[in-house]
Design a protein around this ligand. Structure first.
Ligand SMILES: Nc1ncnc2c1ncn2[C@@H]1O[C@H](COP(=O)(O)OP(=O)(O)OP(=O)(O)O)[C@@H](O)[C@H]1O
Length: 587
Protein backbone atom coordinates (compact mmCIF):
# COMPACT_ATOMS: atom_id res chain seq x y z
CA UNK A 1 0.00 0.00 0.00
CA UNK A 2 1.46 3.29 -0.93
CA UNK A 3 0.22 6.26 1.02
CA UNK A 4 0.47 8.98 -1.58
CA UNK A 5 0.42 12.54 -0.32
CA UNK A 6 -2.57 13.63 -2.36
CA UNK A 7 -5.92 12.13 -1.46
CA UNK A 8 -7.25 9.60 -3.96
CA UNK A 9 -10.60 10.73 -5.19
CA UNK A 10 -11.38 8.50 -8.11
CA UNK A 11 -13.60 5.58 -7.16
CA UNK A 12 -11.41 3.07 -8.91
CA UNK A 13 -8.35 4.06 -6.94
CA UNK A 14 -10.33 3.85 -3.73
CA UNK A 15 -11.39 0.29 -4.58
CA UNK A 16 -7.82 -0.60 -5.38
CA UNK A 17 -6.61 0.79 -2.09
CA UNK A 18 -9.28 -1.07 -0.19
CA UNK A 19 -8.38 -4.27 -2.00
CA UNK A 20 -4.81 -3.61 -0.97
CA UNK A 21 -5.94 -3.88 2.66
CA UNK A 22 -7.77 -7.11 1.85
CA UNK A 23 -4.73 -8.58 0.10
CA UNK A 24 -3.00 -9.99 3.21
CA UNK A 25 -6.14 -12.01 3.94
CA UNK A 26 -6.64 -13.30 0.42
CA UNK A 27 -7.11 -17.00 1.30
CA UNK A 28 -10.07 -16.25 3.56
CA UNK A 29 -11.33 -13.63 1.12
CA UNK A 30 -11.17 -16.11 -1.75
CA UNK A 31 -13.06 -18.60 0.37
CA UNK A 32 -15.80 -15.97 0.84
CA UNK A 33 -15.88 -15.29 -2.90
CA UNK A 34 -16.05 -19.00 -3.76
CA UNK A 35 -18.80 -19.58 -1.23
CA UNK A 36 -20.76 -16.67 -2.71
CA UNK A 37 -20.45 -18.21 -6.17
CA UNK A 38 -21.80 -21.48 -4.78
CA UNK A 39 -24.73 -19.64 -3.13
CA UNK A 40 -25.45 -17.98 -6.46
CA UNK A 41 -25.52 -21.34 -8.25
CA UNK A 42 -28.04 -22.81 -5.81
CA UNK A 43 -30.82 -20.45 -7.00
CA UNK A 44 -30.96 -21.67 -10.63
CA UNK A 45 -30.37 -25.18 -9.29
CA UNK A 46 -33.48 -24.84 -7.16
CA UNK A 47 -35.48 -23.51 -10.11
CA UNK A 48 -34.24 -26.32 -12.33
CA UNK A 49 -35.35 -28.91 -9.77
CA UNK A 50 -38.94 -27.85 -10.34
CA UNK A 51 -38.86 -29.43 -13.79
CA UNK A 52 -38.28 -33.10 -12.75
CA UNK A 53 -40.36 -32.48 -9.65
CA UNK A 54 -43.48 -31.71 -11.67
CA UNK A 55 -42.88 -33.52 -14.93
CA UNK A 56 -41.22 -36.61 -13.44
CA UNK A 57 -42.66 -37.00 -9.95
CA UNK A 58 -46.15 -35.53 -10.24
CA UNK A 59 -47.14 -36.04 -13.87
CA UNK A 60 -45.24 -39.17 -14.93
CA UNK A 61 -45.19 -40.46 -11.34
CA UNK A 62 -41.72 -41.94 -11.90
CA UNK A 63 -40.75 -43.64 -8.58
CA UNK A 64 -37.03 -42.93 -8.98
CA UNK A 65 -37.66 -39.22 -9.53
CA UNK A 66 -40.13 -39.23 -6.63
CA UNK A 67 -37.32 -40.44 -4.36
CA UNK A 68 -34.58 -38.27 -5.87
CA UNK A 69 -36.31 -34.90 -5.92
CA UNK A 70 -36.83 -34.53 -2.15
CA UNK A 71 -33.25 -35.63 -1.57
CA UNK A 72 -31.97 -33.14 -4.09
CA UNK A 73 -34.13 -30.43 -2.54
CA UNK A 74 -32.58 -31.01 0.85
CA UNK A 75 -29.15 -31.27 -0.80
CA UNK A 76 -29.50 -27.89 -2.51
CA UNK A 77 -30.61 -26.20 0.70
CA UNK A 78 -27.82 -27.88 2.60
CA UNK A 79 -25.21 -26.59 0.14
CA UNK A 80 -26.87 -23.19 0.20
CA UNK A 81 -26.85 -23.09 4.01
CA UNK A 82 -23.22 -24.13 4.29
CA UNK A 83 -21.99 -21.75 1.60
CA UNK A 84 -24.08 -18.85 2.92
CA UNK A 85 -22.59 -19.41 6.34
CA UNK A 86 -19.05 -19.76 4.94
CA UNK A 87 -19.30 -16.60 2.82
CA UNK A 88 -20.81 -14.48 5.58
CA UNK A 89 -18.41 -15.70 8.23
CA UNK A 90 -15.31 -15.43 6.02
CA UNK A 91 -16.25 -11.95 4.86
CA UNK A 92 -16.89 -10.94 8.45
CA UNK A 93 -13.46 -12.15 9.48
CA UNK A 94 -11.72 -10.34 6.61
CA UNK A 95 -13.73 -7.13 7.10
CA UNK A 96 -12.90 -6.97 10.78
CA UNK A 97 -9.23 -7.60 10.16
CA UNK A 98 -9.19 -4.87 7.53
CA UNK A 99 -10.89 -2.52 9.97
CA UNK A 100 -8.33 -3.28 12.65
CA UNK A 101 -5.51 -2.63 10.15
CA UNK A 102 -7.10 0.60 8.96
CA UNK A 103 -7.55 1.82 12.52
CA UNK A 104 -3.94 0.96 13.28
CA UNK A 105 -2.67 2.91 10.26
CA UNK A 106 -5.00 5.78 11.10
CA UNK A 107 -3.82 5.89 14.69
CA UNK A 108 -0.16 5.81 13.71
CA UNK A 109 -0.93 8.67 11.37
CA UNK A 110 -2.84 10.55 14.06
CA UNK A 111 0.17 10.50 16.34
CA UNK A 112 2.36 12.00 13.62
CA UNK A 113 -0.01 14.68 12.39
CA UNK A 114 1.20 18.24 12.67
CA UNK A 115 -0.38 20.31 15.44
CA UNK A 116 -2.13 22.78 13.12
CA UNK A 117 -4.22 19.84 11.92
CA UNK A 118 -5.66 19.51 15.43
CA UNK A 119 -6.49 23.23 15.43
CA UNK A 120 -8.57 22.72 12.29
CA UNK A 121 -10.33 19.50 13.28
CA UNK A 122 -12.31 18.95 16.42
CA UNK A 123 -11.62 15.93 18.59
CA UNK A 124 -15.16 14.74 17.86
CA UNK A 125 -14.69 14.79 14.10
CA UNK A 126 -11.40 12.92 14.37
CA UNK A 127 -12.89 10.34 16.69
CA UNK A 128 -15.86 9.76 14.41
CA UNK A 129 -13.46 8.80 11.64
CA UNK A 130 -12.19 5.97 13.80
CA UNK A 131 -15.64 4.84 14.83
CA UNK A 132 -18.45 5.92 12.51
CA UNK A 133 -16.59 6.20 9.19
CA UNK A 134 -14.63 2.99 9.57
CA UNK A 135 -17.78 1.08 10.50
CA UNK A 136 -19.66 2.62 7.59
CA UNK A 137 -16.84 1.63 5.31
CA UNK A 138 -16.97 -1.94 6.54
CA UNK A 139 -20.74 -2.34 6.47
CA UNK A 140 -21.29 -0.65 3.13
CA UNK A 141 -18.46 -2.36 1.30
CA UNK A 142 -19.25 -5.81 2.73
CA UNK A 143 -22.85 -5.39 1.65
CA UNK A 144 -21.97 -3.99 -1.77
CA UNK A 145 -19.50 -6.78 -2.43
CA UNK A 146 -22.03 -9.44 -1.48
CA UNK A 147 -24.72 -7.93 -3.69
CA UNK A 148 -22.42 -7.28 -6.63
CA UNK A 149 -21.03 -10.77 -6.56
CA UNK A 150 -23.63 -13.11 -5.12
CA UNK A 151 -26.79 -11.39 -6.26
CA UNK A 152 -25.46 -10.41 -9.69
CA UNK A 153 -24.33 -13.99 -10.30
CA UNK A 154 -27.68 -15.29 -9.09
CA UNK A 155 -29.45 -13.02 -11.58
CA UNK A 156 -27.16 -14.16 -14.40
CA UNK A 157 -27.66 -17.83 -13.47
CA UNK A 158 -31.44 -17.54 -13.25
CA UNK A 159 -31.70 -15.66 -16.54
CA UNK A 160 -29.47 -18.21 -18.24
CA UNK A 161 -31.74 -20.98 -16.95
CA UNK A 162 -34.85 -19.13 -18.13
CA UNK A 163 -33.41 -18.60 -21.62
CA UNK A 164 -32.39 -22.22 -21.76
CA UNK A 165 -35.95 -23.26 -20.92
CA UNK A 166 -37.75 -20.95 -23.31
CA UNK A 167 -36.19 -17.95 -24.97
CA UNK A 168 -39.46 -16.43 -26.21
CA UNK A 169 -40.96 -16.27 -22.72
CA UNK A 170 -37.66 -15.00 -21.31
CA UNK A 171 -37.54 -12.24 -23.85
CA UNK A 172 -41.10 -11.23 -22.92
CA UNK A 173 -40.09 -11.07 -19.25
CA UNK A 174 -37.00 -9.02 -20.06
CA UNK A 175 -39.07 -6.56 -22.03
CA UNK A 176 -41.78 -6.24 -19.36
CA UNK A 177 -39.40 -6.03 -16.41
CA UNK A 178 -38.12 -2.46 -16.95
CA UNK A 179 -41.72 -1.26 -17.21
CA UNK A 180 -42.70 -2.87 -13.92
CA UNK A 181 -39.51 -1.80 -12.18
CA UNK A 182 -40.05 1.75 -13.50
CA UNK A 183 -43.60 1.95 -12.18
CA UNK A 184 -42.51 0.60 -8.81
CA UNK A 185 -39.65 3.08 -8.64
CA UNK A 186 -42.05 5.94 -9.35
CA UNK A 187 -44.36 4.87 -6.57
CA UNK A 188 -41.44 4.48 -4.17
CA UNK A 189 -40.09 7.89 -5.11
CA UNK A 190 -43.41 9.57 -4.42
CA UNK A 191 -43.66 7.82 -1.06
CA UNK A 192 -40.18 8.89 -0.12
CA UNK A 193 -40.89 12.49 -1.05
CA UNK A 194 -43.96 12.51 1.13
CA UNK A 195 -42.23 10.87 4.03
CA UNK A 196 -39.58 13.60 3.81
CA UNK A 197 -42.30 16.24 3.86
CA UNK A 198 -43.78 14.62 6.96
CA UNK A 199 -40.37 14.72 8.59
CA UNK A 200 -39.94 18.38 7.69
CA UNK A 201 -43.26 19.31 9.21
CA UNK A 202 -42.31 17.33 12.30
CA UNK A 203 -39.22 19.54 12.45
CA UNK A 204 -41.48 22.61 12.33
CA UNK A 205 -43.51 21.27 15.25
CA UNK A 206 -40.31 20.68 17.15
CA UNK A 207 -39.10 24.14 16.39
CA UNK A 208 -42.35 25.82 17.40
CA UNK A 209 -42.44 23.84 20.64
CA UNK A 210 -38.81 24.46 21.43
CA UNK A 211 -39.23 28.17 20.86
CA UNK A 212 -42.25 28.36 23.13
CA UNK A 213 -40.53 26.42 25.89
CA UNK A 214 -37.30 28.42 25.64
CA UNK A 215 -39.08 31.72 25.43
CA UNK A 216 -41.75 30.93 27.97
CA UNK A 217 -40.88 34.00 30.08
CA UNK A 218 -40.93 36.36 27.09
CA UNK A 219 -44.20 34.83 25.90
CA UNK A 220 -45.84 35.56 29.24
CA UNK A 221 -44.35 39.03 29.62
CA UNK A 222 -45.36 40.10 26.10
CA UNK A 223 -48.67 38.19 26.12
CA UNK A 224 -47.65 36.48 22.89
CA UNK A 225 -49.93 33.48 23.46
CA UNK A 226 -51.82 33.90 20.20
CA UNK A 227 -48.68 34.23 18.14
CA UNK A 228 -47.12 31.15 19.74
CA UNK A 229 -50.18 28.98 19.34
CA UNK A 230 -50.66 30.18 15.78
CA UNK A 231 -47.23 28.98 14.79
CA UNK A 232 -47.59 25.69 16.68
CA UNK A 233 -51.09 24.92 15.42
CA UNK A 234 -50.02 25.87 11.89
CA UNK A 235 -47.16 23.40 12.04
CA UNK A 236 -49.33 20.68 13.57
CA UNK A 237 -51.91 21.15 10.85
CA UNK A 238 -49.35 21.02 8.06
CA UNK A 239 -48.01 17.84 9.61
CA UNK A 240 -51.55 16.38 9.61
CA UNK A 241 -52.00 17.21 5.92
CA UNK A 242 -48.78 15.56 4.84
CA UNK A 243 -49.32 12.62 7.12
CA UNK A 244 -52.73 11.95 5.60
CA UNK A 245 -51.31 12.32 2.09
CA UNK A 246 -48.51 9.94 2.95
CA UNK A 247 -50.89 7.45 4.54
CA UNK A 248 -53.18 7.47 1.52
CA UNK A 249 -50.31 7.11 -0.90
CA UNK A 250 -48.87 4.26 1.17
CA UNK A 251 -52.28 2.57 1.30
CA UNK A 252 -52.58 2.84 -2.47
CA UNK A 253 -49.05 1.84 -3.29
CA UNK A 254 -49.09 -1.75 -2.24
CA UNK A 255 -52.31 -2.68 -4.10
CA UNK A 256 -51.06 -0.71 -7.11
CA UNK A 257 -47.80 -2.62 -7.17
CA UNK A 258 -49.66 -5.89 -6.79
CA UNK A 259 -51.98 -4.99 -9.62
CA UNK A 260 -49.13 -4.14 -11.97
CA UNK A 261 -47.37 -7.37 -11.02
CA UNK A 262 -50.55 -9.37 -11.52
CA UNK A 263 -51.06 -7.92 -15.01
CA UNK A 264 -47.48 -8.79 -15.89
CA UNK A 265 -47.90 -12.29 -14.46
CA UNK A 266 -51.14 -12.74 -16.34
CA UNK A 267 -49.35 -11.86 -19.55
CA UNK A 268 -46.63 -14.41 -18.80
CA UNK A 269 -49.23 -17.05 -17.92
CA UNK A 270 -51.06 -16.34 -21.16
CA UNK A 271 -47.88 -16.56 -23.19
CA UNK A 272 -46.84 -19.69 -21.26
CA UNK A 273 -50.16 -21.39 -21.91
CA UNK A 274 -49.83 -20.64 -25.64
CA UNK A 275 -46.29 -22.04 -25.63
CA UNK A 276 -47.57 -25.15 -23.82
CA UNK A 277 -50.39 -25.57 -26.33
CA UNK A 278 -47.84 -25.39 -29.13
CA UNK A 279 -45.84 -28.09 -27.34
CA UNK A 280 -42.89 -25.77 -26.70
CA UNK A 281 -42.94 -26.05 -22.93
CA UNK A 282 -43.96 -28.74 -20.41
CA UNK A 283 -45.78 -28.05 -17.14
CA UNK A 284 -42.62 -28.72 -15.17
CA UNK A 285 -40.62 -26.40 -17.36
CA UNK A 286 -43.19 -23.65 -16.98
CA UNK A 287 -43.21 -23.98 -13.18
CA UNK A 288 -39.44 -24.03 -13.23
CA UNK A 289 -39.51 -20.87 -15.33
CA UNK A 290 -41.95 -19.25 -12.94
CA UNK A 291 -39.85 -20.19 -9.92
CA UNK A 292 -36.75 -18.70 -11.53
CA UNK A 293 -38.69 -15.50 -12.17
CA UNK A 294 -39.82 -15.32 -8.54
CA UNK A 295 -36.29 -15.99 -7.34
CA UNK A 296 -35.08 -13.05 -9.44
CA UNK A 297 -37.01 -10.52 -7.38
CA UNK A 298 -34.90 -10.34 -4.22
CA UNK A 299 -31.45 -10.13 -5.86
CA UNK A 300 -32.81 -7.56 -8.32
CA UNK A 301 -34.13 -5.46 -5.46
CA UNK A 302 -30.71 -5.61 -3.82
CA UNK A 303 -28.96 -4.67 -7.05
CA UNK A 304 -31.27 -1.71 -7.52
CA UNK A 305 -30.17 -0.15 -4.24
CA UNK A 306 -26.54 -1.25 -4.21
CA UNK A 307 -25.33 2.08 -5.53
CA UNK A 308 -26.54 3.83 -2.38
CA UNK A 309 -24.39 1.53 -0.27
CA UNK A 310 -21.46 1.82 -2.63
CA UNK A 311 -21.55 5.60 -2.48
CA UNK A 312 -21.84 5.56 1.29
CA UNK A 313 -18.87 3.22 1.51
CA UNK A 314 -16.83 5.29 -0.91
CA UNK A 315 -17.57 8.50 1.00
CA UNK A 316 -16.44 6.82 4.21
CA UNK A 317 -13.34 5.46 2.45
CA UNK A 318 -12.49 8.93 1.24
CA UNK A 319 -12.70 10.32 4.76
CA UNK A 320 -10.62 7.49 6.17
CA UNK A 321 -7.96 7.71 3.46
CA UNK A 322 -8.09 11.50 3.75
CA UNK A 323 -6.70 11.11 7.26
CA UNK A 324 -4.19 8.46 6.25
CA UNK A 325 -2.93 10.65 3.41
CA UNK A 326 -2.31 13.71 5.56
CA UNK A 327 1.31 14.73 5.48
CA UNK A 328 2.91 13.97 8.85
CA UNK A 329 4.89 16.48 10.89
CA UNK A 330 7.90 17.56 8.87
CA UNK A 331 10.90 15.77 10.35
CA UNK A 332 13.50 16.70 7.81
CA UNK A 333 16.40 17.31 10.16
CA UNK A 334 19.06 14.66 10.47
CA UNK A 335 21.24 16.02 13.24
CA UNK A 336 21.23 14.16 16.54
CA UNK A 337 21.55 16.77 19.26
CA UNK A 338 22.55 14.49 22.13
CA UNK A 339 22.21 16.25 25.47
CA UNK A 340 22.10 19.96 24.75
CA UNK A 341 23.76 22.59 26.93
CA UNK A 342 20.56 24.57 26.66
CA UNK A 343 21.52 27.75 24.80
CA UNK A 344 18.46 29.07 23.01
CA UNK A 345 18.30 31.78 20.40
CA UNK A 346 15.24 33.19 18.70
CA UNK A 347 16.52 35.04 15.66
CA UNK A 348 13.98 37.43 14.11
CA UNK A 349 11.22 34.90 14.53
CA UNK A 350 7.80 35.64 13.11
CA UNK A 351 4.83 33.32 13.16
CA UNK A 352 1.19 33.37 12.31
CA UNK A 353 -1.32 30.56 12.80
CA UNK A 354 -3.42 31.17 9.77
CA UNK A 355 -1.34 33.45 7.60
CA UNK A 356 -4.19 35.96 7.54
CA UNK A 357 -4.91 37.12 11.05
CA UNK A 358 -1.76 39.14 11.44
CA UNK A 359 1.31 37.81 13.15
CA UNK A 360 0.97 36.00 16.44
CA UNK A 361 4.70 36.67 16.80
CA UNK A 362 6.47 39.46 15.04
CA UNK A 363 10.27 39.70 14.76
CA UNK A 364 11.18 38.09 18.07
CA UNK A 365 14.91 38.09 18.83
CA UNK A 366 15.91 36.65 22.16
CA UNK A 367 18.99 34.85 23.44
CA UNK A 368 18.83 32.67 26.52
CA UNK A 369 22.05 31.36 28.07
CA UNK A 370 22.41 27.76 29.28
CA UNK A 371 21.03 27.54 32.81
CA UNK A 372 19.35 30.94 32.61
CA UNK A 373 15.72 31.31 33.59
CA UNK A 374 13.49 33.81 31.91
CA UNK A 375 9.86 34.58 32.44
CA UNK A 376 7.52 35.63 29.68
CA UNK A 377 4.92 38.12 30.81
CA UNK A 378 2.28 40.02 28.93
CA UNK A 379 -1.43 40.40 28.50
CA UNK A 380 -3.58 37.49 27.40
CA UNK A 381 -3.09 36.85 23.69
CA UNK A 382 0.28 38.59 23.58
CA UNK A 383 1.97 35.44 22.25
CA UNK A 384 3.58 33.77 25.27
CA UNK A 385 2.24 30.27 24.63
CA UNK A 386 2.89 30.61 20.93
CA UNK A 387 6.53 31.50 21.52
CA UNK A 388 7.20 28.41 23.62
CA UNK A 389 5.31 26.07 21.31
CA UNK A 390 7.76 26.92 18.54
CA UNK A 391 10.65 25.48 20.51
CA UNK A 392 9.65 21.78 20.32
CA UNK A 393 8.45 22.54 16.77
CA UNK A 394 4.77 22.05 17.55
CA UNK A 395 4.54 24.81 14.96
CA UNK A 396 7.21 25.93 12.52
CA UNK A 397 8.34 29.52 12.27
CA UNK A 398 7.23 31.46 9.20
CA UNK A 399 10.26 33.69 9.30
CA UNK A 400 13.61 33.76 11.08
CA UNK A 401 15.06 30.78 12.90
CA UNK A 402 15.41 29.20 16.30
CA UNK A 403 18.74 27.81 17.42
CA UNK A 404 19.58 25.42 20.23
CA UNK A 405 23.30 25.28 21.05
CA UNK A 406 23.84 27.02 17.71
CA UNK A 407 21.91 24.43 15.66
CA UNK A 408 18.83 25.46 13.73
CA UNK A 409 16.06 23.33 15.23
CA UNK A 410 14.86 22.48 11.71
CA UNK A 411 18.14 20.59 11.17
CA UNK A 412 17.70 18.45 14.28
CA UNK A 413 15.60 15.29 14.28
CA UNK A 414 12.29 15.89 16.04
CA UNK A 415 12.98 13.10 18.50
CA UNK A 416 16.35 14.36 19.60
CA UNK A 417 15.03 17.95 19.77
CA UNK A 418 12.08 16.96 21.94
CA UNK A 419 14.24 14.73 24.12
CA UNK A 420 15.92 17.92 25.27
CA UNK A 421 12.75 19.71 26.27
CA UNK A 422 10.49 19.15 29.25
CA UNK A 423 7.24 21.01 29.46
CA UNK A 424 4.82 21.55 32.30
CA UNK A 425 1.61 22.81 30.83
CA UNK A 426 -1.16 24.66 32.54
CA UNK A 427 -3.77 22.04 31.80
CA UNK A 428 -1.98 18.93 32.96
CA UNK A 429 -3.14 15.84 31.10
CA UNK A 430 -3.26 12.75 33.28
CA UNK A 431 -3.63 9.27 31.87
CA UNK A 432 -5.88 6.55 33.17
CA UNK A 433 -3.02 4.85 34.91
CA UNK A 434 -1.19 4.73 38.21
CA UNK A 435 0.56 7.75 39.72
CA UNK A 436 3.84 6.01 39.04
CA UNK A 437 3.11 5.47 35.34
CA UNK A 438 1.86 9.01 35.05
CA UNK A 439 5.19 10.30 36.28
CA UNK A 440 7.17 7.78 34.23
CA UNK A 441 5.33 8.48 31.00
CA UNK A 442 6.19 7.30 27.50
CA UNK A 443 9.77 6.40 26.73
CA UNK A 444 10.67 6.88 30.40
CA UNK A 445 8.36 4.09 31.51
CA UNK A 446 10.48 1.03 30.88
CA UNK A 447 13.64 2.51 32.35
CA UNK A 448 12.40 4.42 35.37
CA UNK A 449 12.73 2.43 38.57
CA UNK A 450 10.55 3.02 41.56
CA UNK A 451 13.24 4.91 43.47
CA UNK A 452 13.80 7.37 40.62
CA UNK A 453 10.06 8.03 40.37
CA UNK A 454 9.87 8.54 44.12
CA UNK A 455 12.82 10.93 44.10
CA UNK A 456 11.24 12.99 41.31
CA UNK A 457 7.92 13.07 43.17
CA UNK A 458 9.68 14.15 46.34
CA UNK A 459 11.58 16.96 44.61
CA UNK A 460 8.31 18.09 43.04
CA UNK A 461 6.73 18.28 46.55
CA UNK A 462 4.24 15.65 45.42
CA UNK A 463 5.19 12.76 47.69
CA UNK A 464 3.17 14.20 50.58
CA UNK A 465 -0.17 13.87 48.88
CA UNK A 466 0.83 10.71 47.01
CA UNK A 467 1.46 8.97 50.34
CA UNK A 468 -2.02 9.88 51.48
CA UNK A 469 -3.61 8.22 48.42
CA UNK A 470 -5.05 4.72 49.04
CA UNK A 471 -2.29 2.84 47.20
CA UNK A 472 0.38 5.53 47.16
CA UNK A 473 2.33 5.50 43.90
CA UNK A 474 0.16 2.64 42.63
CA UNK A 475 -3.12 4.51 42.96
CA UNK A 476 -5.08 4.72 39.73
CA UNK A 477 -5.68 8.32 38.70
CA UNK A 478 -6.92 10.12 35.60
CA UNK A 479 -10.51 10.38 34.49
CA UNK A 480 -11.36 6.89 35.73
CA UNK A 481 -9.37 7.03 38.96
CA UNK A 482 -8.94 9.32 41.94
CA UNK A 483 -9.31 12.91 40.90
CA UNK A 484 -6.62 15.32 41.97
CA UNK A 485 -6.69 19.05 42.61
CA UNK A 486 -5.16 21.51 40.15
CA UNK A 487 -2.12 22.05 42.37
CA UNK A 488 -1.57 18.31 42.81
CA UNK A 489 -1.83 17.72 39.07
CA UNK A 490 0.75 20.41 38.44
CA UNK A 491 3.16 18.91 40.90
CA UNK A 492 2.76 15.53 39.21
CA UNK A 493 3.59 17.20 35.91
CA UNK A 494 6.64 18.77 37.51
CA UNK A 495 7.71 15.33 38.77
CA UNK A 496 7.25 14.02 35.23
CA UNK A 497 9.47 16.82 33.92
CA UNK A 498 12.06 16.21 36.64
CA UNK A 499 12.26 12.53 35.78
CA UNK A 500 12.76 13.39 32.14
CA UNK A 501 15.72 15.50 33.27
CA UNK A 502 15.87 17.55 30.06
CA UNK A 503 18.23 20.53 29.85
CA UNK A 504 15.47 22.86 28.70
CA UNK A 505 12.33 23.35 30.71
CA UNK A 506 9.20 25.17 29.71
CA UNK A 507 6.78 25.92 32.47
CA UNK A 508 3.35 27.28 31.81
CA UNK A 509 2.33 28.44 35.22
CA UNK A 510 -1.24 27.87 36.41
CA UNK A 511 -3.52 30.87 36.09
CA UNK A 512 -5.86 29.88 38.85
CA UNK A 513 -4.62 31.12 42.18
CA UNK A 514 -3.45 28.31 44.42
CA UNK A 515 -4.01 28.56 48.14
CA UNK A 516 -0.99 29.83 50.02
CA UNK A 517 0.20 26.39 51.15
CA UNK A 518 -0.03 24.95 47.63
CA UNK A 519 1.62 28.08 46.33
CA UNK A 520 4.60 27.58 48.65
CA UNK A 521 4.88 23.93 47.67
CA UNK A 522 4.64 24.88 44.04
CA UNK A 523 7.42 27.45 44.46
CA UNK A 524 9.68 24.88 46.09
CA UNK A 525 8.89 22.38 43.34
CA UNK A 526 9.69 25.00 40.74
CA UNK A 527 13.01 25.79 42.36
CA UNK A 528 13.92 22.09 42.28
CA UNK A 529 13.00 21.69 38.67
CA UNK A 530 14.68 24.89 37.51
CA UNK A 531 18.04 24.10 39.04
CA UNK A 532 20.75 23.65 36.39
CA UNK A 533 18.35 24.02 33.48
CA UNK A 534 17.48 26.63 30.92
CA UNK A 535 13.98 27.67 31.88
CA UNK A 536 11.27 29.58 30.16
CA UNK A 537 8.35 30.31 32.40
CA UNK A 538 5.09 31.69 31.18
CA UNK A 539 4.07 33.80 34.10
CA UNK A 540 0.47 34.67 34.60
CA UNK A 541 0.88 35.71 38.21
CA UNK A 542 3.68 38.20 38.57
CA UNK A 543 4.16 37.20 42.21
CA UNK A 544 5.90 34.00 41.12
CA UNK A 545 8.48 35.40 38.74
CA UNK A 546 10.67 37.40 41.00
CA UNK A 547 13.14 34.53 41.30
CA UNK A 548 13.94 34.39 37.57
CA UNK A 549 17.01 35.97 36.00
CA UNK A 550 15.17 38.00 33.40
CA UNK A 551 11.66 39.06 32.51
CA UNK A 552 10.60 39.36 28.89
CA UNK A 553 7.51 41.47 28.31
CA UNK A 554 5.45 40.63 25.23
CA UNK A 555 2.79 42.75 23.67
CA UNK A 556 0.93 41.87 20.46
CA UNK A 557 3.60 39.38 19.46
CA UNK A 558 6.57 41.66 20.04
CA UNK A 559 9.11 41.95 22.83
CA UNK A 560 8.58 45.37 24.33
CA UNK A 561 10.74 45.22 27.44
CA UNK A 562 13.24 42.96 29.13
CA UNK A 563 15.18 43.08 32.37
CA UNK A 564 14.93 42.15 36.05
CA UNK A 565 11.84 42.85 38.10
CA UNK A 566 13.51 45.79 39.81
CA UNK A 567 14.79 47.27 36.55
CA UNK A 568 11.45 46.99 34.85
CA UNK A 569 9.60 48.46 37.81
CA UNK A 570 11.98 51.36 37.75
CA UNK A 571 11.44 51.91 34.02
CA UNK A 572 7.74 52.38 34.70
CA UNK A 573 6.74 50.90 31.34
CA UNK A 574 4.50 48.02 30.25
CA UNK A 575 5.66 45.68 33.02
CA UNK A 576 5.11 48.25 35.75
CA UNK A 577 1.62 48.86 34.39
CA UNK A 578 0.85 45.12 34.31
CA UNK A 579 2.21 44.79 37.81
CA UNK A 580 0.16 47.58 39.27
CA UNK A 581 -2.91 46.29 37.45
CA UNK A 582 -2.53 42.82 38.90
CA UNK A 583 -1.74 43.86 42.38
CA UNK A 584 -4.50 46.42 42.62
CA UNK A 585 -6.98 43.90 41.23
CA UNK A 586 -5.89 41.27 43.76
CA UNK A 587 -6.16 43.65 46.71
N1 LIG B 1 -4.09 27.32 17.85
C1 LIG B 1 -4.29 28.57 17.46
N2 LIG B 1 -4.82 28.83 16.24
C2 LIG B 1 -5.01 30.08 15.84
N3 LIG B 1 -4.70 31.17 16.56
C3 LIG B 1 -4.17 30.99 17.79
C4 LIG B 1 -3.95 29.67 18.29
N4 LIG B 1 -3.41 29.78 19.53
C5 LIG B 1 -3.31 31.10 19.78
N5 LIG B 1 -3.76 31.83 18.74
C6 LIG B 1 -3.75 33.31 18.62
O1 LIG B 1 -2.42 33.75 18.67
C7 LIG B 1 -2.28 34.90 19.48
C8 LIG B 1 -1.31 34.64 20.62
O2 LIG B 1 -1.88 33.68 21.49
P1 LIG B 1 -1.10 32.99 22.68
O3 LIG B 1 -1.93 31.86 23.17
O4 LIG B 1 0.28 32.71 22.28
O5 LIG B 1 -1.11 34.15 23.77
P2 LIG B 1 -0.76 34.06 25.31
O6 LIG B 1 0.02 35.28 25.59
O7 LIG B 1 -0.14 32.77 25.63
O8 LIG B 1 -2.21 34.17 25.96
P3 LIG B 1 -2.73 33.54 27.35
O9 LIG B 1 -2.03 34.28 28.43
O10 LIG B 1 -4.19 33.88 27.33
O11 LIG B 1 -2.46 32.10 27.32
C9 LIG B 1 -3.70 35.23 19.96
O12 LIG B 1 -4.20 36.23 19.08
C10 LIG B 1 -4.46 33.94 19.80
O13 LIG B 1 -5.80 34.22 19.51
Amino acid sequence: MSASSSPDTSDFRLYRRLLGYVFPYRPVFLLAVLAMIVVAITSPALASLMEPMFDGAFIQKDPQTMAMVPLLLVGIFFVRAVSTFASTAALHVVANKVIRDLRRVMFQQLMRLPLPYFDQHTAGSLMSRFTYDVTQLKDASTYALTVLLRDALTVVGLLAWMFYLNWQLSLAVLLAAPLIVGIMALIRKRLRRMSRAVQDTMGDIHHALDESIQATREMRLYSAYDQASESFVGAADKNRRYNIKFGIAAAASSPAVQLVAAIALAAIVYLGARQAAAGNITTGEFISFFTAMALLLTPLKHLATVNEHLQRGLAAAETVFGLIDQAPEPDSGDKELGRARGAIEFDHVSFSYTGERGNALDGISLTIEPGESVALVGASGSGKSTLVSLLPRFYDVNDGRILIDGHNIRDITLESLRDNIAMVRQDVVLLNDTVRNNIAYGALKPTADREAVKAAAEAAQAMGFIDSLPQGLDTEIGSRGTSLSGGQRQRLAIARALLKDAPILILDEATSALDSESEQQFQRAMEAVMKGRTCIIIAHRLSTVQQVDRLIVLDHGRIVESGSHAELMQQGGAYARLHSLQFTSIE
